[in-house]
Design a protein around this ligand. Structure first.
Ligand SMILES: Nc1ncnc2c1ncn2[C@@H]1O[C@H](COP(=O)(O)OP(=O)(O)O)[C@@H](O)[C@H]1O
Ligand SMILES: [Mg+2]
Length: 265
């Protein structure tokens, strides 16, 4: 569904993505992990076309889209739930949903899809006429996902699903996404700080570090890897100084993880 090859992008003189390659198979739920500042949001923005690719290829639904407009990519079936949600605060919940359908015509189908979103997220139903600014964090994320679903994406990019949300809300939103993935064939690329939760639902995972993919594989294998334990799952943390810890984590990723990834091929 999505193939990214050697993707480079950045801001001004700064290159952030140093040749990222990854694949999101049709029907899969893929997790993208990585520390703060690794370039996850930059990658999401470049995939959608909000940020230009400097080089490399983005193959989506059989087409090269690295130079296509955002609108064209959305029409082809790419949807983004942006980091921080980026709702229109003064517009109502319903109006926010309609904004998600900006590439579409056909009133009846759009209304039917609003109903579909409300079935997924019933909490939005009684809030339809309220401004988005009045929503809780969890409701805001539901609306952001709902708005993205309104463009009928085939691949949904989700940047930081659980940011600022209570664990119970994260679970319920994740359950909806898993259901959409399993029952409706929605392909999902999920950026998630909570590696444990992401690895539990994903069928494939990538780790981005300093703008490069340093590890990829099956979630079970990743979860069992000492480096992932150390970096993301809070296991086997050492009580050393910060420098020592960083060095340790880095060498684990460079050595251990790459070796593991190579072993898979
Ligand atoms: N608009 C911007 N201008 C300049 N640098 C940016 C901008 N946005 C992000 N960066 C830098 O790019 C790097 C990656 O950021 P980001 O993609 O947001 O990482 P992540 O989402 O993994 O936390 C960071 O060093 C960040 O400071
Ligand atoms: Mg980010």
């Amino acid at each position: 569904m999505l193939q990214v090859e050697g993707l480079r992008a950045g801001y001004g003189p700064l290159e952030i993505l140093h040749g990222v390659s990854l694949e999101v198979p049709a029907g899969s739920l893929v997790a993208l992990l990585g520390a703060n500042g690794a370039g996850k949001t930059t990658l999401m923005r470049t995939l959608l076309g909000l940020l230009p690719a400097r080089s490399g290829r983005i193959l989506f639904a059989g087409q090269e889209v690295e130079r296509a407009s955002v609108e064209r990519r959305v029409r082809l079936g790419l949807g983004l739930v942006p980091e921080g949600r980026e709702l229109f605060p003064s517009l109502s919940v319903r109006e926010n949903l309609l904004m998600g359908a900006f590439t579409r015509r056909g009133r009846a189908a759009i209304e039917a899809d609003i109903e579909r979103v409300l079935t997924c997220f019933p909490r939005l139903k009684e809030r339809l006429a309220l401004p988005a600014a009045s929503l809780s964090g969890g409701e805001s994320q539901m609306l952001a996902i709902g708005r993205a679903l309104m463009s009928r994406p085939r691949l949904l990019l989700i940047d930081e699903l659980s940011q600022g949300l209570a664990p119970a809300i994260v679970e319920s939103v994740l359950a909806v996404l898993v259901r959409l993935n399993r029952d409706e064939g929605l392909t999902i690329l999920l950026v998630e700080q909570n590696a444990r939760k992401a690895l539990k639902v994903a069928s494939l995972a990538y780790v981005l570090q300093s703008g490069s993919i340093v590890l990829q594989g099956r979630p079970d294998d990743l979860a069992a890897s000492p480096a992932i334990q150390h970096l993301y799952l809070g296991g086997e943390a050492k009580a050393g100084g910060p420098d020592e810890e960083n060095l340790d984590a880095r060498s684990l990723v460079r050595g251990g993880l790459n070796k593991e990834a190579r072993g898979e091929e």
